[in-house]
Design a protein around this ligand. Structure first.
Ligand SMILES: Nc1ncnc2c1ncn2[C@@H]1O[C@H](COP(=O)(O)OP(=O)(O)OP(=O)(O)O)[C@@H](O)[C@H]1O
Length: 244
């Protein structure tokens, strides 16, 4: 076992079960179930995916909609268990998978910072020490006392990024987190990620922006229909993906 590796993924495969025919609603589901007409197919969202990532490396995952990028991040975050293959992940993982996942819409930004901090394993006292810095970074000002359901998607992203990255993580999983923020905020996030990278954090970064992948990541992986179409340096994979 190589302790220098943050992630070792070997022949990963994961499928979802899908009805073979479209089901138009609960009534249709009931009728088809009674007639025993429902056939369930396995849909492989990821298959034969192998890669290794050293501690402190950053990999950009690219691919078209439905290629399996988010599914791969969820497997790394242990939200999903692979049906095939195996994965070893070392260190504390800070996932930013779905925008605001872990947040409660009826709570204020202030309350959500504590809640999210607790989910990430921090005590209230630890969150308290980081609180001002989190609010500063998010630039939410007095909106921090408003319920989250009144936030725009960009404001949720600011709070999620500011909270999840308040402490330097061993492994940061970022799924399209930058896509909803405005340009100055994106720059600030990129700057923070690069700072952490230079201090040893490992990053798995999903993005449709090949330019951002080239900026942040040293390595790249292109997924197509759940399998690895290409892997190599971020530069060559991003250029090939863009040129397709
Ligand atoms: N819980 C689920 N149940 C059924 N199918 C799923 C589930 N989650 C994902 N899938 C399917 O798996 C495939 C891969 O989805 P995934 O979200 O990983 O794609 P993606 O590359 O992240 O796409 P995007 O760029 O649109 O975010 C898709 O076809 C999707 O419909």
């Amino acid at each position: 076992m190589n302790q220098n590796l943050a992630i070792q993924a070997e022949n990963l495969g994961i499928y979802f079960r899908m009805p073979s025919e479209p089901i138009s609603g609960t009534k249709d589901l009931f009728v088809q179930a009674v007639k025993r007409k429902i056939k369930i197919n396995q849909f492989w969202a990821l298959r034969h995916v192998s890669f290794e990532l050293k501690r402190g490396e950053s990999i950009g995952i690219m691919g078209r909609n439905g290629a399996g990028k988010s599914t791969l991040l969820k497997v790394i975050a242990r939200v999903l268990t692979p049906k095939e293959g195996r994965i070893i992940v070392r260190g504390n993982v800070f996932p930013m998978l779905e925008l605001g996942a872990g947040f409660v819409p009826d709570l204020t930004g202030h309350e959500n910072i504590y809640l999210y901090g607790n989910i990430l394993g921090l005590t209230n006292a630890e969150v308290g020490k980081l609180y001002d810095e989190i609010v500063d970074f998010s630039e939410l000002g007095d909106f921090i006392y408003a319920p989250l359901r009144s936030y725009s998607s960009g404001m949720v992203a600011r709070l999620a990024f500011a909270t999840a990255t308040a402490v330097q993580p061993d492994l940061l999983l970022a799924d399209e987190i930058l896509s909803v923020g405005d340009a100055p905020f994106q720059e600030k996030c990129i700057h923070r990620m690069m700072h952490y990278l230079s201090h040893g954090t490992t990053i798995v970064f999903v993005s449709h922006s090949t330019d951002t992948v080239k900026k942040i990541c040293s390595r790249g992986m292109w997924l197509e229909h759940g399998t690895v179409k290409m892997s190599g340096s971020a530069e060559e994979v991003a250029d090939a993906y863009k040129a397709q």
